[in-house]
Design a protein around this ligand. Structure first.
Ligand code: GLU
Length: 476
């Protein structure tokens, strides 16, 4: 994706890490221990398909085991290679530390174009890959817990969970071997939307502080902000939908594989999403103007730019022409280290990936806890909570009648107040709390230190310090 004079993705992550550790006072040698990827497993396996044996290459990289299990998605994409999974595994370490999910960092990938295979073939391939990883404890509820990523989703996670269960028939915690499963296979409400929801909560957290908003030259709230989204996959779609439906943002541009579509009055995200599902692209969408060279739309004037698909889309080639004053990295590594420097000099504020897209792993953590506790969140409290709310409302009504004040509680209030929180409400509440807390810990560093220019370095400082603390009390 990025021009050839740029460092690789892994080197780019390392450069950002190095910029941060230069501001820290770590014990001798610990910097190197944290930076390196502990192990990367490469597997080549054959699957009998369409009358021949096809050989696939897959990876599972473990960046840091300062906490176990290690966590991180498995992606299915032709772009998968060792450099990429190692960069993504490192980002998982820092991401988990920043949002305080008790995991080390890992990532996996299979070099495949999933669109070339039907569901039956994909199941065969996924189960075969999962078999190789399970055999080496690279899928295991206590040691290594994958999740969805680019090109994978609930369906693949259900196959992986079932494969693990077949190979570990007496493991009572088998469901916790992978997260992002569908509800019927031990998944949790709100996991599919979680990363996009987290992007929304991250922006809400940022806009809660006028002095932070001022750093990007923007003012006010999210209401009416013009947003361009690159990639309307699971993350981009949910972020765009929630920001437009609930926060009043106008999605003025969406960039996809076949081009981009723009509309200054705001695109109808659900209609566009349906159009992409039906036709495979954004071309001919009636609700906007088609631009065949989609990447140019990244440079269009807007308030907020959300790269939500690939790494390296903002690079040395186009960074100087990016006009958005605020970028939120919904994808992992969408801005290269070189582009990051150019944008920083221009005063662009970047809400970094390790924070912005941490909603996925946060809700994965909730799912893993749910699987280990073998009970759905809210099952014990919900009706009890409702009953105590009924008691309070009855008492209020009695007092109002007795004192002849004749207060009337509005229907809307009564309905909302009476409803005890179910799993989805609890998951959203836990995610919101996590995103607010992590934002506050980043901004604390951003504002309290003169040598910290940007949120990315602030994020690295918080997470590296946490990883370092946990290494200090461990045998290495
Ligand atoms: N693949 C997602 C990420 O990059 C989710 C990882 C997880 O839930 O473990 O953060």
């Amino acid at each position: 994706m990025s021009p050839s004079n740029e460092p690789s993705f892994r080197q780019s992550v390392d450069l950002m890490f190095t910029r941060a550790v230069a501001l820290m006072d770590l014990p001798p040698g610990l910097e190197e221990k944290i930076r390196v990827c502990n192990a990367t497993y490469t597997v080549r396996f054959g699957v009998r398909l369409r009358g021949e044996v096809k050989t696939f290459t897959g990876y599972r990289s473990v960046h840091s085991e300062h906490m176990e299990p290690v966590k991180g998605g498995i992606r299915f994409s032709m772009g998968v290679n060792q450099d990429e999974v190692e960069a993504l595994a490192a980002l998982m370490t820092y991401k988990c530390a920043l949002v305080e999910t008790p995991f080390g960092g890992s990532k996996g990938g299979l070099c495949i174009d999933p669109r070339e295979y039907d569901a039956e073939e994909l199941e065969k391939i996924t189960r075969r890959f999962a078999y190789e990883l399970c055999k080496r404890d690279l899928i295991n509820p206590a040691q290594n817990v994958p999740a969805p990523d680019m090109g994978t989703g609930e369906r693949e996670m259900a196959w992986i969970a079932d494969q693990y269960r077949r190979m570990n028939t007496t493991d009572i915690n088998a469901a916790a071997c992978v997260t992002g499963k569908p509800p019927h296979a031990g998944g949790i409400a709100g996991r599919v939307e979680a990363t996009g929801r987290g992007v929304q909560y991250a922006l809400q957290a940022y806009f809660r502080y006028p002095e932070d908003v001022a750093k990007s030259g923007l003012t006010g709230t999210l209401d009416g902000k013009r947003v361009i989204v690159q990639g309307l996959g699971n993350v981009g779609y949910h972020a765009a939908k929630f920001l437009s439906d609930e926060d009043g943002c106008l999605i003025t541009g969406v960039i996809e594989r076949d081009g981009a579509v723009t509309n200054e009055a705001g695109l109808d995200i659900d209609a566009l999403h349906a159009h992409i599902r039906e036709t495979g692209g954004v071309k001919d969408f009636p609700g906007g103007e088609f631009v065949s060279h989609g990447a140019h739309v990244l440079e269009n004037p807007c308030d907020i730019l959300i790269p939500a698909a690939l790494e390296g889309v903002i690079n040395l080639d186009n960074a100087a022409r990016i006009s958005a004053p605020l970028i939120i990295e919904a994808a992992n590594g969408p801005v290269t280290a070189g582009a990051d420097e150019i944008l920083r000099k221009k005063g662009t504020v970047i809400i970094p990936d390790m924070y912005a897209n941490a909603g996925g792993v946060t809700v994965s953590y909730f799912e893993w806890v749910k699987n280990l506790s073998h009970i759905r969140f809210g099952r014990m409290q919900r009706r009890q909570e409702e009953a105590s709310h009924v008691l309070l409302l009855d008492e209020l009504k009695r007092l109002s009648a007795d004192s002849q004040l004749n207060w009337q509680l509005s229907d809307g209030f009564t309905k909302k107040y009476l409803k005890g929180a179910g799993e989805l409400e609890l998951v959203r509440s836990g995610l919101d709390d996590t995103m607010r807390g992590a934002y506050d810990s980043m901004r604390e560093v951003w504002h309290s230190r003169n040598d910290v220019e940007d949120l990315r370095v602030a994020a690295y400082l918080v997470s590296i310090a946490r990883v370092a603390t946990s290494y200090q009390s461990k045998a290495l």
